[in-house]
Structures are given as C-alpha cells and as structure tokens.
Design a protein around this ligand. Structure first.
Ligand SMILES: [Zn+2]
Length: 344
C-alpha cells in the first residue's frame, strides 16, 4: 500500500543555547556535519563573535561584509571561488544571514546560520533580502543546514531588535489570515501545517501579558517562534505563512519613505493591527494591548505618517509583491479609512 507524505527541506540541526559560539564545530560534528574549511561571514560590529566561532575550526577564514547589497554578495562569491570553503557560516544580524544564505545557495554550499540578534524571522527562512541596484528584493534561497542561536549573544543585542523580532512574529497572525483568504478566493496553494506552525508561534507570544525582554525564558520563546516561522516558510515553499498585507504595507513604507528610522519587525506589527481589524481577526484587541504594553510602535504617526500618507502606502503596497492576494484587494477606501481610525 502506498504511503503518502510530503518531502520538505528542513535544517538538519537546530540549537538554542547559552554560549555556543565557541562550540559551533563540536555541535556540527555531533550531527555528523563534518566541515574543515568554513568561510565565516560577519560584519564589523560582530567581528569578535565570529572570531570565537572561527577558533573552534582548524582552517577557518573570516570575511566582514558591509551590508546586504549585491556587490557584497559578489565579493563573497569571489572568495568562495578562490578559497573553496566547504561551508558558509553567517555570524551576525539579519543582513549577514541574508548574504550567507544567498551566496551559499548560488554556490551550492551548506549554510550555517548563527544569529547574534533576533530582530526578524530570517534566521531560519528560505528567503534572503538583498539590496540590488534597482531596489531591495526578497529572494528564494535554500533553507539553512543548521541554525544555532546563542542566547548570550542575542541578549546583548539592542532591546529594540528584540522588540522588532516580537513584532515580526506577531505579524504571522495577519499573514496566515491573508493566506487562507487567497486560498479561498484564488485557489492559491495553502499548506495547513505551515500555517499552523506560523500562527501558533505568534499566538503563543501574544498570550503573554507583559514581556520581560531580559528573561532567558522569553529569549528562548522568541528564538523558537522565529525559528518555527522560518521553518513554516520552508514547508510552504513561499513566504506566505509569515507575509501578508502587513508586509506589503511595510515594503511600501520602505520604498516611499526610505528615511524613516523604524525596523522591519516594528512596522509589520503596527500594520498587522490595521489588517487584523479589516480581517475581523479575533485577537485584534489583544494585539493592540500587546503593542501598547510592550512599547512597540502602535501607530504610523509614531513614524510621522498621517492618514493621507497611509492611504498612499495602501495604494502602493500591492505593487511591492505583484500577485500576492490579500485583504487589501477586496477592501473599499471607506472601509480602509474606518479601519485606520479604529486601529490608530
Ligand atoms: Zn517579516
């Protein structure tokens, strides 16, 4: 009798521990991931952490990138072609992990993600955000072979990064609603397991009254939630479980107001409150309270955007990800204004 199932790409090794930077090689070896010539990518501010990781290998090379722009990727690829590493390890924030995943996929190398900040769900996702000459784009890549989160490192990152990470996680609620809507209206592929993983991780975070950003139990819960979000995207084969209208609005904000200072996770949580109201999401009131209690951005006015500016974002949002059906596609201008006033 045939047994039916699906083949999905998942990380082979996932660890969330205190002080694991110095034992990255030991952890990989325990899982029979035997590498001898890693190329370790990092940025100037996380250089010392990358050196700690390099110390565990016999023949490691460390390269500092400046940002997640395409020319930086090309430099990394030139080093790969010359040094022939057997693994690419990203030790740093989102931009480092993005460049590692992108260059690793293009050169068919395994990638180990060692995030030193928990500001978004890119730590384990099959998506890289890369800055090209024509603009910033999310690109599909291979899921990391291993994801190793050092709790000591992420706890010393700025508090604001953690808030943004919480925001990116919470936005899964709005994103999964939009995914289900697209499935019903356009017959887009929908994966229940992926949707459940993304949604339940967000609801678990939302169930906390007030978050203690210094509590190790909270840091672990956040790391687990973001990791599961990335894995949900791996199962879905798309960013859908973690990216709906709230992400399109955030991309529109990045494109139309590039000088604003807010972080991705702060933006998507703030917009998710608005989209949740249009979606009549049962947790919308709880989301509003959570944003207020935990000092996340609660309104576009916090970043200098008024109703007129917001309406521009709504108009521009669909063009940031053509073909992604969301609640914005079926909401009138009057209802959008009403939801804006309710949300903010
Ligand atoms: Zn996101």
């Amino acid at each position: 009798m045939p047994i039916f199932g699906s083949n999905v790409s998942l990380p082979i090794l996932v660890r969330i521990e205190d002080n694991l930077l110095g034992k990255v090689n030991d952890l990989l070896c325990e899982s029979n991931l035997l590498f001898t010539r890693p190329l370790i990518l990092t940025m100037p501010q996380t250089g010392p952490l990358a050196e700690s990781t390099a110390a565990g290998f016999k023949d490691a090379r460390v390269h500092e990138i400046q940002d997640n722009s395409y020319p930086q990727v090309e430099t990394v690829e030139a080093i790969i072609d010359e040094a022939k590493p057997d693994v690419l390890i990203g030790v740093g924030g989102g931009r480092v992990i993005d460049v590692a995943k992108f260059a690793g996929s293009r050169r068919m190398l395994p990638v180990v993600s060692v995030p030193t900040s928990l500001s978004n769900d890119g730590i384990s996702s099959p998506i890289s955000v890369i800055r090209f000459r024509k603009g910033t784009r999310s690109v599909g890549v291979n899921i990391p072979t291993a994801v190793l989160v050092d709790l000591a490192a992420v706890s010393s990152a700025p508090l604001r990064n953690l808030r943004a990470g919480v925001g990116d996680l919470l936005s899964n609620v709005s994103a999964t609603n939009d995914w289900l809507l697209a499935y019903r209206k356009t017959a887009e592929h929908y994966d229940t397991v992926a949707a459940l993983l993304a949604r339940q991780s967000a609801l678990a975070m939302l169930s906390q009254e007030q978050v203690d950003f210094t509590d190790p139990a909270f840091l672990r819960a956040l790391a687990e939630g973001l990791m599961l979000s990335g894995i949900a995207m791996g199962i879905a084969g798309t960013s859908r479980p973690c990216s709906g209208a709230e992400h399109l609005l955030s991309h529109a904000l990045d494109e139309l107001y590039p000088d604003k200072q807010s972080l991705h996770g702060e933006q998507v949580a703030m917009f998710a409150l608005f989209t949740s109201i249009i979606q009549e999401e049962p947790t919308r009131q709880k989301q509003a309270e959570f944003l207020q209690t935990n000092d996340l951005l609660a309104s576009p006015e916090d970043v200098g955007i008024d109703l007129a500016g917001f309406m521009k974002l709504v108009t521009h949002a669909p063009s940031t990800r053509p073909g992604r059906y969301t609640v914005l596609d079926e909401t009138s201008e009057t209802d959008i204004e009403k939801a804006y006033r309710k949300a903010y």
